[in-house]
Structure formats: C-alpha cells, structure tokens
Design a protein around this ligand. Structure first.
Ligand SMILES: NC(=O)c1ccc[n+]([C@@H]2O[C@H](COP(=O)([O-])OP(=O)(O)OC[C@H]3O[C@@H](n4cnc5c(N)ncnc54)[C@H](OP(=O)(O)O)[C@@H]3O)[C@@H](O)[C@H]2O)c1
Length: 324
C-alpha cells in the first residue's frame, strides 16, 4: 500500500530517510482493527522519528504518522487514538503504562492507506468534523487539551491567565483556541510577526516577540519550545504558578532556574499525549464549542514529501494534512 515511511534515520538530515511509496502491510494482531485512512496529519514527532529519536535502526522501515481519521472494515467513521498502552496497569491512564508506545514507534503509523490499532483505540468521529479536521486531533490537539484543560491548574469555569510559547506551532495553535474557548486570557509569543498577527486573529489577547516582557504574570505556561523559551517561561509565572511542558523543540538543555522555582513555589508538570477518554472529551468539546483545528495545507498522501519539507522548515501555520 502507499505510505510515507522512514527507511533510514539521519540526526542532521531527517528528510534523507523519508520514502513515499509502496510499503508491505504487516499481519493484524488479534483484537486489533484495520482503518482505511481518509486523512492523516503530520507532527513534529514524525521529524524526530526520521532523526532516529525513539526509532532504532532495527525497526526500519517504519510507516510514520500518529494522526488519522478513517473508516473501519464494518463501516464506522472513527478517529484513531495513537497511544498504544494498557490503562489497567497504570491506574486507568494508558499514557502512564511503562510499555506505552505511540503509533509509528513500534507499530506502523497512520501516513498510509490503512492503519491497524487495538479496537479500544477507535473513537467515533462526529459528522460535524471533516475528515481533515478529525485527523488533526489525536496528537497535537489531544496533548494541548490535556495540558490546558486538565494539567495547567486553571479554573474550570474560566478566568485564568495563560502564556503559550511558540504561537505558530500545531500544538500551540490548539492551546490558544482551547484556552480561549474555556474562558481564559491568553498571551502568546512567537519569533515571527505574521504568526503573532495570526495568533491574535485566533483570539489570543496579547502577542509578543519571543522573550518579551508580558503585561502581567500568568497562572500557567504552555511550554513546548524548550531551551529557547524556558527562562522566559519561569520568569513569567506568578508565585505558585505552573509550567506544563510537553516538548523541547529547540533543545532541552537550558539552566533549570531552580532558585526561582523554589522561591516562588512554582510547579513544573510534564505532559504527554492523553487518554482515550480525554480524546472523547476533546471531540465533544469541539462539537460543543465549534472551534476547529487550524489547517495550513491539505495535500494527497503521494505528495507527503512536500509537506515534510514545510514541517522541517517550520513555516507552516497550524496543521499539515494528507488525504488518502
Ligand atoms: N509530549 C507529547 O505528547 C507531544 C505531543 C505533540 C507535540 N509535542 C512536542 O511539542 C513540540 C511542538 O510540536 P508541534 O507539532 O506543535 O511542532 P511545530 O508545529 O513544528 O511547532 C514548533 C514551534 O516551536 C517554536 N520554535 C521552534 N524553534 C524555536 C526557537 N529556536 N525559538 C523559539 N521558538 C521556537 C516555533 O514557534 P514560532 O515560529 O511561532 O516562534 C514553532 O512554530 C515538539 O517538540 C513536539 O515533539 C509533544
């Protein structure tokens, strides 16, 4: 079947190991179901895989992709939950299963005509979402949902203040939309003036250059940029505030700012993906509020290389979607 796969990994030249073409289908394990993919979306995770992060050479070739929506063999329209894990071994949260894996790490991913997942990983797609919109939800949007709604410690009925770093990213745009729909004030930073303007168009209250002083201290920070923004994130919190961190795109080696963290009694909370239940809640949240993923571009799967080039250049605003 047609797929976008990692056939080699290169830490400094990720696209050199990308192959868009025919890949064999693996046998489907008992209890798993095959989904005919209608749309799939790219994530930074796919580039990390092509760099060899979390994808050792013995697992190659590996079909890439964590995000998809499609149709099951018995005709159900579904969104694919990308976290393969057993909630029973981790207090009901499969993201805490020590053997947890994401699609495309151990099992073939979603950038293909078909993808197989455990039956519990299928979530009904509401008719109100297009295939392309639904395909954006399982990674960046689910991660942002858990961070903003369940991990940031913001009041459930709105009124909190949130800083989102790196406003142009797929996860960051999701965080802006979710936080605004939940009734919070949102400050954003971005290196790019055009992305700052687009963040304001999405509803952000204030958009500033990366590292600029905020109008006031915030309750929580959505941090995915890492080294380039960490100091600013720690410095932007009110006493008792919280950084929720799910990524380190620019590297993970900044000074920890420990003195400020203990003196102001700040919390640093790690967050990765979300549970199936949170994906169901996210879908219901979109259905209820009418907010939708920002999609930069939709291309056919066969043209995946061009989308990967845009992801690697970092010039996309929102999600890059592939259709099958
Ligand atoms: N843990 C999880 O479950 C999980 C899930 C999804 C994503 N992630 C991680 O979250 C991160 C973002 O993912 P994504 O898919 O949203 O990626 P993305 O769309 O490529 O966005 C990354 C953003 O980071 C900002 N950035 C990059 N380098 C920077 C630098 N040197 N200085 C300042 N800002 C910089 C950019 O914002 P501006 O151009 O606006 O400045 C860019 O838009 C990745 O590291 C990804 O692996 C983690």
């Amino acid at each position: 079947m047609l797929a976008a796969a990692a056939v080699a990994t290169h830490p400094d030249d990720p696209l050199a190991g990308l192959a868009v073409g025919e890949q064999p289908e693996r046998p489907v394990p008992d209890g798993w179901m095959t989904v005919s993919v209608r749309a799939a979306a790219l994530n930074h995770h796919d580039l990390f895989s092509l760099r060899g992060v979390g994808l050792p050479a013995e697992r190659l070739p590996m079909i890439l992709g964590c995000d998809a929506a499609g149709v099951t063999e018995d005709g159900r329209e579904v969104i694919v939950h990308a976290v393969i894990g057993d909630p029973a071994v981790a207090g009901g949260d499969e993201t805490l299963d020590p053997k947890r894996t994401l699609l495309s790490e151990l099992h073939p991913g979603t950038l293909a005509e078909r993808v197989a997942v455990p039956a519990r990983n299928l979530v009904p797609k509401p008719a109100s979402l297009t295939w392309e919109e639904a395909a954006c939800l399982p990674t960046a949007w689910l991660t942002a949902y858990r961070m903003v709604i369940n991990r940031a410690g913001l009041p459930a009925d709105g009124g909190g203040t949130l800083l989102v770093q790196g406003a142009g990213g797929g996860l960051a745009t999701a965080a802006i939309l979710l936080a605004k729909a939940a009734g919070h004030t949102v400050f954003v930073t971005s290196r790019d003036e055009g992305k700052r303007k687009r963040a304001l168009d999405l509803g952000a209250d204030v958009a500033l250059e990366t590292g600029a002083r905020l109008p006031r201290r915030v309750d929580a920070v959505i941090e995915t940029v890492g080294a380039a923004t960490w100091r600013h994130s720690v410095g932007s919190l009110r006493p008792g505030g919280r950084i929720v961190c799910s990524g380190a795109t620019s590297g993970d080696g900044p000074p920890a700012e420990l003195t400020r963290i203990f003196f102001l009694q700040l919390s640093v909370v790690g967050s990765t993906m979300g549970t199936r239940e949170e994906l169901v809640d996210l879908v219901a949240f979109l259905d209820r509020t009418g907010i939708r993923p920002v999609i930069d571009e939709i291309r056919p799967l066969a043209a995946a290389r061009t989308s990967f080039e845009r992801l690697a250049r970092g010039d996309a605003y929102g999600k890059l979607v592939l259709t099958v």
